[in-house]
Design a protein around this ligand. Structure first.
Ligand SMILES: Cc1cc2nc3c(=O)[nH]c(=O)nc-3n(C[C@H](O)[C@H](O)[C@H](O)COP(=O)(O)O)c2cc1C
Length: 425
């Protein structure tokens, strides 16, 4: 089943059911332009066998990066930038696979070193320890209109550059997901309040992107099945938004979950959701933790669904596809270290390594402190740095590092991020 083709509603055909999930690379220059490192990384991934590659989030506004080193497309590009975007698109499609750009705006999840006062639906600060994030400012009507235009412009430019599709990032607590959640969106105008209002920005952005790219070009959306926070965007709301997205002609809906405040997307051991919104018991297991949500959505939706998170065993992937819960399987973390994981699965490998267990690389003396929220949060971010550093090394050398520690990775990545942020100003 994983080797079967998939025809999307727009008519485009994916050559198999495996997708390299979106993973922020941080490999662009301080100007947000892609270069050699991204081309090297995506050449490897293209040759790694997936039918679909999703880029890490490409930002539509350079003042709202998710991280220094994001690719940015926030205005009409000059010829040099156009050439750089085309080279990246060529690298990512060299094996005849699809390469879609993930379009994003970080909103309040933008680090202070980029912007101490990022724009967000409401002036509600991220509830995280560590002081990395600034004080958000509520968007004006004009700011919101600029976001819609920004998504459409970015999609058009990337289509012209040779990308074969786009995905709007409306999950994980970034701007579109902030608008969806009643916790972060407390507006009392037509962009806040009931679900229809909270989903207005997402729906308007999807419509504007469709107008910009035409009917034959794939548009995907990554959506939280739930935020897993009390009073947050929940599964009932997610299902309703999914129905609206289907009616709007979305080609592939990727189901994920969580935010920075509740990083459920990574299912890190020890971090339990504040609010248990699981549909079924098996969602708690480390394998395939969003498949049950996909299954519940499938009862009411016809559009192709992609499920990402924890899928490592080929039989679990086949089950998800055969049961109809999912049409595409997303693979994230293993691709940071095994760039040809899809090829291996297609030629019979039973199971991918569970690199998420790098959490165990943390030193023993931290273990007794693991129950403290601050330690859990810091550990989650530190392990992310391990993946970031592997991507950095892959971009530089084409190979990964076997003996990289979480601490070394964190040190190097913080240095890089600070240097990139300083080079911006
Ligand atoms: C290093 C890293 C970077 C990520 N960056 C993004 C991103 O830019 N956009 C996104 O939607 N998800 C991002 N994610 C989440 C992944 O797409 C995926 O949902 C998550 O890793 C769970 O899948 P997995 O268990 O196969 O790793 C990232 C995850 C990791 C580990």
């Amino acid at each position: 089943m994983i080797e079967q083709t998939l025809t999307l509603p727009c008519g485009v055909v994916l050559k198999n059911r495996l997708c390299k999930a979106a993973m922020t690379e941080g490999l662009a220059g301080a100007d947000g332009v892609p270069g050699t490192a991204l081309n090297r990384l995506y050449s490897l991934w293209s040759e790694g066998g997936a039918g679909l590659l999703l880029s890490g989030n490409v930002q539509i506004d350079r003042d709202h990066l998710e991280r220094p080193g994001n690719v940015v497309v926030d205005g009409e590009p000059d010829d040099t930038t156009k050439a750089a975007l085309s080279a990246w698109a060529r690298a990512g499609t060299r094996a005849g696979n699809h390469f879609w750009a993930q379009l994003s705006h970080a909103g309040r999840q933008c680090q202070k070193i980029i912007n101490p006062n990022p724009k967000a639906p409401s002036a509600i600060k991220l509830g995280l320890p560590g002081g990395q994030f600034g004080e958000p400012v509520a968007m004006t009507e004009a700011d919101i209109e600029a976001v819609i235009t920004g998504f459409a412009r970015c999609a058009r430019i990337l289509k012209d550059a040779g990308f074969t599709g786009v995905q709007l990032h409306s999950a994980h607590g970034y701007l579109l997901s902030q608008f969806l959640s009643p916790r972060s969106n407390q507006r009392d105008d037509r962009w806040g309040g009931d679900l229809e209002n909270r989903a207005r920005l997402l729906m308007a952005s999807v419509a504007a992107v469709r107008t910009a790219v035409g009917p034959d070009f794939p548009i995907g959306v990554k959506l939280n099945s739930a935020d897993f926070q009390r009073g947050g965007f929940d599964f009932t709301e997610s299902l309703q938004v999914a129905k609206w997205l289907e009616a709007a002609g979305v080609d592939l809906l990727e189901i994920s979950g969580g935010t920075y405040e509740q990083p459920r997307l990574l299912n890190v051991a020890g971090i339990e959701p504040v609010e248990d919104q699981a549909i079924a018991q098996s969602t708690r297991s480390r394998e395939a933790y969003f498949v049950d949500f996909a299954q519940a959505m499938r009862q009411e939706l016809n559009m192709p669904l992609m499920v990402t998170g924890g899928l490592r065993r080929r039989d679990a992937m086949e089950d998800a596809l055969e049961s109809g819960s999912a049409d595409v399987i997303g693979i994230g973390r293993p691709m940071c270290v095994m760039t040809d994981a899809p090829k291996r699965l297609l030629s019979g490998t039973e199971e991918l390594p569970r690199y998420e267990d790098t959490l165990s690389l943390l030193p023993g003396w931290l273990k007794p402190l693991e129950k403290l929220n601050l330690i859990k949060t810091l550990a989650t971010f530190a392990v992310q740095y391990w993946y970031y550093q592997q991507l950095f090394i892959l971009g530089e050398t084409g190979k990964t590092s076997d003996d990289l520690t979480v601490f070394a990775a964190t040190r190097q990545q913080m240095k890089l991020a600070n240097a990139l942020a300083a080079a911006r100003s």
